[in-house]
Design a protein around this ligand. Sequence first.
Ligand SMILES: Nc1nc2c(c(=O)[nH]1)N=C([C@H](O)[C@H](O)COP(=O)(O)OP(=O)(O)OP(=O)(O)O)CN2
Ligand SMILES: [Zn+2]
Length: 117
Amino acid sequence: MKITQAFTFEAAHRLPRVHESHRCHRMHGHSYRVDLRLAGPVDPDTGFVVDFFDVEAAFAPLLQRLDHHCLNEIEGLTNPTAENIAIWIWNHVKPDLPQIAAVTVWETPHCWAEYEG
Ligand SMILES: Nc1nc2c(c(=O)[nH]1)N=C([C@H](O)[C@H](O)COP(=O)(O)OP(=O)(O)OP(=O)(O)O)CN2
Ligand SMILES: [Zn+2]
């Protein structure tokens, strides 16, 4: 069974590795969405793979580090592409949510990166 919980945060970033003529070289912001997908058996007692409340609690400290921050200033996110943000979230959330199966980072409603570990 797979379950997914979505979160949103606002953040600023710039992409230091693109050419200075690329508009994303300049500081700008996005309303990000993060989907955490978890996979595993349904517990016959609870009916849950994982309680959504537990997913929320596990992700809360990371959300706090991301929301209304400049992503480039976060350790491990000096090049904060959607791909690198997805990997960073995976690496930080995996110890508390071992059932994690995919992290999807939506930079805009049309562009996203999905990491499956
Ligand atoms: N593979 C990737 N390509 C790009 C990434 C990325 O993370 N991975 N990131 C960017 C920039 O961050 C850029 O800001 C993306 O936003 P954009 O698609 O330009 O959308 P905007 O909302 O900023 O612009 P509109 O076209 O006006 O909606 C670029 N490439
Ligand atoms: Zn951007």
